[in-house]
Each structure stands twice: as C-alpha cells, then as structure tokens.
Design a protein around this ligand. Structure first.
Ligand code: MSP
Length: 528
C-alpha cells in the first residue's frame, strides 16, 4: 500500500461537540492508526464547517459576530479531539483564507464549464440540513424528517448546478463499484434517491445569507454551504482548480470519506457530480456510519440528553481516553446505529480491557517474575520445542492469523468486528493459560513447560498490543513497554518471535495497563 488518505465530515460550529461527533472522529482515528501500521504515508484530515444561515443566526442570537462564534467553537472541537487523542494531520476550517479563495475558483470553473446557470426559484429550505427539501420528503405535518422543524419558504434568484447531467454517470459508478458506498446496503437508498434528482441550487442571495463565501464577480450571491464544505477534501490538499500541488497529487483521490448516514446523499451524489464536473477522480470509498443514541434515545437539546465527549472522561476520572475510544469504536456493527450508556460503558471496558486483556498480561508477567526472575529462558520459545506444550503452536498461529482477519475487516471498515477478533484471541489465550495451569507446572517443577506457556502468552500479547493500538494507543504503549516490544512495527512484519531472550522485567516494572473503572484501585489512583 503506497498511501492512505482518510477524512471525516467537517462539523458545524454552531455548538460544542457531542458524543455523536466524537464517535465519527474516534472511528476515523482508529482506521487511520490501523492504516499507519500498513503504510508509511497515511494522511488524516478533519475540520469544521463554518459558513451558512444556521451559524449566522446562532451568532446573532448570542450577540456576537459569526467569526467570533466560529473561533470559539472551532477551538472546542480541537480541544475535544486533543483530549480523545485524535491524531489528525490537518485541521481545516472553511473560514481559512486558502479554502475560501479555492472555493471561489472552483465555483467559477463550474460556471465556465456551463454546469452552473442562474434560475429563479421557490423552495422549502431546512436550516438544519442546509438544503432545499422535496415536499414529498416532509413528514405529514410538513416538517423536515431529520430535524422535525418546518422548512422556510425561500424565493430567490439563485445559481443552479446541473446535477441531472451527471445522474447516469453516478448511477453507473455506483453499480460498477459495489464497494464505493460502504456498507453496501446503503447503495440502494442512494440509487433510489438518484431516480428523482433535480438540478440543485448552489448559491443563496446575499440579502438572506451574509455568512458565506461570495461568488466571484457576483457579490450579491453567496456560495452554497455544501459546495463550500465538500470542497474541503481537496482544498486542504492545495487544490484550487489547478492540480499542481504536491500534496494533492500525492493523496487525491481519497481512500475513504468517513461520514454519518444522514449526509450520504451529499457525499455519494452531489460530491461525485462536482468532481466529475471538475474532471477529477472520485474518492475510492464513502463509509457511512450509523448514529449514536444515548440510553437508546436520540440526542437532542430539547430532551437535555446531549453528552459532551470529554464529560465521560471527566465523570469516570479516566487518565487516558482509551476506554472511551474502545467503547465508542465497538458500539455498533459496521454502518449500524450504536448506543451509549454509563452502565454498559463500565461493564464492557472492565470486562474487555481490565479483566480479559489487562489481567492476562499482568498475571503472566507476575508469574514470569515469580518463577523465572523475569527472564525469558533460552529455548522456551515454541519454535525450539513445538511438542512441549500442547496447543502453544496452534495459539501462536491463530494470533498471527488474527492479524490477517483484522486487516481484512479494516479493508471493509468493520471496526467493531475487528475488535471482536482481538478479544477472541485474548479469550483463547486466557483459556490456554487455564488449560495449562503454569502455577501447577511450576509446583511440579516442570519448568521447561512452564516457561513455554508464559513465553507463548507474552508472544501473543505483543501481537495483541499491536492490534489494539488503534483503539487504545496508551494501553498498547504500556503493554509494549512491559514487553520490550517495538510498537512501530508494521502489521505485515509481525512474527511469532517478538520477545527477546533474557531479562524482560522486574517486579517493580509491572504495572496494570488498565485499571477497572470505578474500582477501589481506580479511585485511589485518580485521587493521587
Ligand atoms: N457540516 C456537515 C458536514 C459537512 S462534510 C463536508 C454536517 N455537520 S454536523 O456537525 O451536523 O455533523 C458532522 C458529522 O457528525 C456528520 O457526519 C454526522 O453524521 C455526525 N453526527 C452528528 N450527530 C451524530 C450522532 N448522534 N451519531 C453519530 N454521528 C453523528 O453534517
């Protein structure tokens, strides 16, 4: 694999980030970190979407300028991603000067190409969606089905984009590339939507929407927020209608745009059409994730159940965001909706990260210290005496096989499914320890067998550390440190021989990699 370019949706900044925004950034970061274990050239873009009527109105209601509102809230997004260890390479704000100038040029190019024309129009505009809605898509009460608000009647002379011109080419692209839209079950929805698409309005009268990028040569009109927003994926790389930027040439087309299911239409219909009009290649995959509910209820300001991502970390006094990252990344099968609940969070991370994975490493290292003074004995590796302990060779082979299975899940953006495979190998390893009872072997003075059981487990734990790293980077680092294992190894270079012979660890160097949430130990440690 030569490069991997991954992006998130860029968030509206009319409020602070919530757990739904965080879910997307976490799964994107998990995918990005996984691919950084497969290529040296991974690029991860995120950012904020800062123009439009919604932001203009929120700022006015607060008595501040739109730019002040954007600055204040964009910082909150950055701070939250920092607290969650979201390791992006670039953060784009659509109010960045280079982006605004590039969008103006993109719009001009589409006009020159004859794909944008002026047209007088009356339609129903939903501020939540920042788009015109088709009357047939409204609820019985005439509300936007997503935002449950009455759309505003807008009568303006706007610029229109000839979306219909690209309809057949987009249908063909979706049908010819069954993995363009992930998960595949969403492709049918898009094909249905394509059936009755019309040309779309791509500007708003400046008299109604002031907080937007001016159309070049026509400052009475501001460019539609979705042209502005979608273009971020290429303007961030330096595209401004010329394809001469080094970064653009290196990274475009994107390998995947990670977005929520609610904005799939914009990414799989509008965006491909704009790109086709600009004669640019299309992204390889659009991965539409599901939505996160809180205690099985849709998050909403009116219900007062909106959770900030950092509040979970603060409430549980987590020193690191790993547990929250793990929980969110495994909260839903690929593309399906997930749920957050405090109780479920505690139960899952305690069971998986503390009891199964953390404990396994901790007690194996403790036994290594107790029986072998923390040393990996010469000749204790499975390869030297594969017949010595039944099941040890199979376990190691299975762990290496898990690497391939995990990679394959990531090829299809199945992040929760990949994590399940990691936990399966942890469970098998726990069973291997129980079945072989190294404490009994030591008592019976079968030290060669005992050494092989422990060494085999520690070999598997190196593989587990590498595989869990994208979800739990801090826990993985702590595991790797105690195993003297180099976490920067590429997944394809992992072997069954990761542990060095000789002294590995002393009693004082053994530390739990994850303390149970709400346990006495966790309480004590957080009070320190
Ligand atoms: N600004 C547009 C995206 C432009 S991308 C060129 C937008 N912003 S948003 O702030 O409303 O949403 C940002 C992302 O967060 C979207 O992908 C959206 O699906 C996701 N989520 C918002 N609420 C969510 C949940 N409750 N659960 C999961 N993701 C959710 O749309």
């Amino acid at each position: 694999m030569d490069k991997f370019y991954i992006t998130t949706a860029i968030d509206y900044v009319n409020g602070a980030p919530h757990i739904g925004h965080a879910y997307e950034k976490i799964i994107t970061d998990v995918i990005a970190r996984h691919y950084s274990q497969r290529t040296d050239d991974m690029y991860f873009l995120t950012g904020t979407d800062e123009h439009g009527i919604k932001i203009q109105k929120t700022a006015a209601a607060k008595g501040i300028t739109p730019k002040e509102l954007c600055d204040e809230n964009a910082q909150k997004f950055k701070d939250a991603w920092n607290a969650l260890d979201i390791n992006y390479n670039q953060f784009i704000r659509t109010t960045d000067d280079y982006h605004e100038k590039a969008v103006q040029k993109i719009f001009k190019k589409l006009v020159e190409k004859g794909d944008i024309y002026k047209h007088s129009y009356e339609g129903l505009y939903c501020q939540g969606c920042e788009c015109f809605l088709n009357p047939k898509d409204l609820t019985e009460d005439g509300l936007c089905p997503d935002h449950l608000k009455k759309p505003e009647v807008v009568k303006e002379e706007n610029y229109f984009f000839k979306l219909t011109k690209y309809k057949d080419a987009i249908i063909k692209h979706i049908k010819d590339n069954p993995d363009f839209i992930v998960p595949a079950f969403r492709a049918n929805e898009v094909l249905n939507q394509l059936e009755d698409i019309q040309d779309i309005s791509v500007s708003r009268a400046k008299s109604n929407v002031q907080w937007g990028i001016d159309v070049l040569d026509d400052p009475e009109q501001s460019i539609y927020v979705w042209i502005d927003a979608l273009s971020n994926y290429i303007t961030a790389l330096g595209y401004d209608t010329e394809t001469n930027s080094e970064k653009y040439n290196k990274y475009w087309p994107a390998d995947v745009h990670v977005i929520g299911k609610d904005i799939l239409k914009f990414h799989s219909i509008y965006w491909p059409a704009f790109l086709m009009a600009l004669d640019l290649p299309l992204p390889k995959h659009i991965f539409a994730h599901g939505w996160i509910t809180i205690d099985e209820t849709k998050m909403s300001k009116s219900l007062g159940n909106v959770i900030s991502p950092t509040s979970v970390i603060e409430n549980f006094e987590l020193k690191e965001p790993d547990a929250f990252r793990y929980y969110m990344a495994t909260s839903a099968p690929c593309g399906r909706d997930g749920n957050y609940s405090d109780d479920d969070f505690k139960e899952k991370v305690n069971a998986h990260l503390a009891n199964s994975m953390g404990n396994l490493l901790n007690r194996t290292l403790s036994m290594l210290v107790k029986y072998f003074d923390g040393e990996i004995k010469e000749g204790s590796k499975v390869a030297s005496h594969p017949e010595l302990v039944s099941g040890s060779l199979e376990l190691l082979k299975k762990a290496l096989g898990t690497v391939k299975i995990v990679e394959n899940h990531f090829n299809h953006f199945e992040i929760a499914e990949a994590a399940q495979e990691i936990m399966n190998i942890v469970d098998l390893t726990n069973k291997f320890v129980t079945d072989n009872a190294p404490w009994t072997l030591a008592k019976e003075e079968k030290m060669a067998e005992c050494a092989q059981v422990l060494t085999t487990v520690l070999e598997v734990m190196c593989i587990v550390a590498a595989l869990i790293y994208p979800y739990c980077p801090n826990i993985a680092k702590s595991m790797a440190k105690q195993l003297s294992f180099d976490l920067s190894v590429k997944l394809d270079d992992l072997t069954a021989d990761n542990i060095k012979n000789g002294k590995l660890i002393s009693k004082e160097e053994i530390t739990p990699v994850f303390l149970r949430v709400d346990s006495e130990l966790a309480d004590k440690s957080s009070k320190k």
